[in-house]
Design a protein. Structure first.
Lengths: 294, 177
């Protein structure tokens, strides 16, 4: 299986990468792990004139806790870097858990968090938990730098606000007062399967009462979405059985799934409601730790 | 990276990488994958190409000790890296313990998945010398086998983690009748 022809560039600094992208213009694509990009190129869905590899940009690697900012995840961190990160294991095991549910060990050594975000498919596993934790991202280009909440990055359908010539450099999970978070993915197999539906939840709980919650759904709409009605409903409640039943019904009314080879719209709607309950219970009861079933 | 342009204007790149301890320099077009370089330029055909889309794991090699699908890696991305293929696992004519154990447990049938399986297992045992059965199954979950049903493969890997390369006598696991 041959890839279409293209020119290859491997810049040694972010500035060099940005000016290459600016000069090459619309035919050029950024190459990170290549697991989405090469897939599309092999399938004939994409034929870029040039690839600008980020592999030499060490500044985009690493996962660190920075006082006053939070957990800073370099865009080139691989899925396995996230799975095995000591910083995340300490602060947000829920994020490592989401990475563990992805692809296979071989793909996890290649695929990056930046690629998982910029590829902007609604089934991507890392955006839901990152959005639940209020993450922001930084985009840079030759004309400057902008920061935004990750949830504002995605545009329907399966596209984003990134401009030609921009590079995603980092993702920041800010320090906050959330007390718990969790991601529940349902795939057709335990490994190497995209999410039929994935739901992340986060919560701030005090004295058994949910003060604030986020419910974020993947593979449930043309882009990853929050469920504002469900989130408003949860404020001031505790996760009693009747509250969870109502949560399920509200989430099912908010998602907009479609029929696909991975599941019918009806099945996915129901699944989103069920996973929302499980994710919320874990976020309330297990903190940012691993879900009870694992 | 040095490039050469031919009369038709086709660009080729000088790529240097280390494969099984030997430094190599090859001249490739940008659209060449690592699996294609290993098989076609270096004649290391132990690395298989099955799906070529990252799903089956038959092209698994170790890059700096970590298993990756070589069909999903541009050859040029391996510049300066150390690659280990199945040809680099045995010590001369002597099979490694993992290879020996695969043979003794009947974990090799058609053999198409075996190079990738052995490399995934090698990386696992390096990172985690005494894995549980679940950890073994997780580590090889990106390597599809259409023949064995996985049981003998898992037993072969667990045996090595216990210092054995043969099945325990009484169970006759993997043996013919
Ligand atoms: C077999 C297989 C299984 C998979 N399983 C899963 C799964 O379970 N869950 C899941 O979510 N995904 C899965 N994926 C998809 C893929 O592995 C991930 O989305 C991965 O994280 C993409 O990252 P990458 O570095 O490989 O991206 P690339 O392919 O390098 O890039 C993807 C896109 O993002 C752009 N890009 C990448 N990085 C940047 C950056 N820093 N700045 C600007 N643009 C950038 C590229 O130009 C390209 O358009 C799977 C893929 C395969 C092949
Ligand atoms: S050939 Fe590479 S994963 Fe199948
Ligand atoms: S032995 Fe035939 S595919 Fe595994």
């Amino acid at each position: 299986m041959y890839l279409p022809d293209f020119d290859y560039h491997s810049p040694e600094s972010i500035d060099e990468a940005l000016s290459l992208l600016a000069n090459l213009g619309s035919g050029a694509k950024v190459l990170a792990g290549g697991t989405d990009l090469l897939h599309k190129m092999k399938q004939g869905d994409l034929a870029p004139k040039a690839l600008v590899s980020l592999k030499g940009l060490d500044k985009l690697k690493g996962i660190n806790y920075v006082e006053g900012r939070g957990v800073v995840i370099g865009a080139l961190s691989t899925q396995n870097d996230i799975l095995y990160s000591e910083v995340l294991a300490k602060k947000y095991p829920s994020v490592s858990h989401a990475a563990k549910k992805m692809a296979s060990n071989q793909i996890r050594h290649l695929g990056t968090v930046g690629g998982n975000i910029v590829n902007a498919v609604p089934s991507a596993d890392l955006p839901p938990i990152l959005i639940a934790l209020g993450a922001s991202i930084t985009l840079v280009s030759t004309s400057g730098k902008r920061e935004m909440a990750l949830e504002e990055f995605f545009v329907e359908p399966a596209s984003s606000v990134i401009n030609e010539g921009e590079i995603l450099t980092e993702i920041v999970i800010p320090d906050g007062d959330l007390t718990g978070s969790s991601y529940h993915k349902f795939g057709l197999r335990r490994s190497g399967a995209l999410a039929v539906v994935g739901v992340a939840a986060s919560a701030r709980v005090a004295g058994g009462v949910i003060e604030e919650a986020r419910i974020v759904c993947a593979s449930s709409a043309p882009k990853v979405i929050r469920t504002p009605k469900a989130e408003a409903f949860l404020a001031g409640k505790s996760p009693a059985p009747e509250v969870l039943e109502e949560l399920q019904a509200i989430v099912e009314s908010e998602v907009r799934p479609r029929d696909s080879i991975r599941g019918s719209a009806e099945y996915r709607r129901n699944l989103a409601g069920v996973l929302a309950k499980r994710a919320l219970v874990d976020a309330v009861e297990s903190g940012h730790g691993l879900p009870a079933e694992d | 990276m040095n490039t050469i342009e031919d009369k038709e204007g086709v660009k080729r790149y000088m790529l240097s990488l280390t494969v099984n301890g030997d430094p190599h320099t090859v001249v490739v077009k940008a659209n060449t994958t690592l699996s294609q370089v290993l098989r076609n330029e270096l004649a290391l055909t132990g690395t298989k190409q099955g799906c070529e889309l990252g799903d089956c794991g038959s092209c698994t090699v170790l890059m700096d000790g970590k298993p990756v699908n070589s069909c999903m890696v541009l050859a040029l991305e391996a510049e300066g890296h150390e690659v280990t293929t199945i040809e680099g696992v045995a010590e001369g004519a002597k099979l490694s313990d993992l290879q020996e154990s695969f043979v003794n447990h009947g974990a090799v049938q058609c053999g198409y998945c075996s190079p990738g399986m052995v490399l995934s297992a090698k990386a696992l045992l390096k990172r985690n010398p005494h894995p549980t059965e679940l950890e073994v199954r997780e580590a090889i979950s990106g390597n599809l086998c259409r023949c064995t049903g996985y049981v003998h493969i898992v037993e072969a890997i667990l045996a090595v983690s216990e210092g054995r390369t043969t099945p325990p006598e009484e169970t006759n696991a993997g043996g013919e009748a």
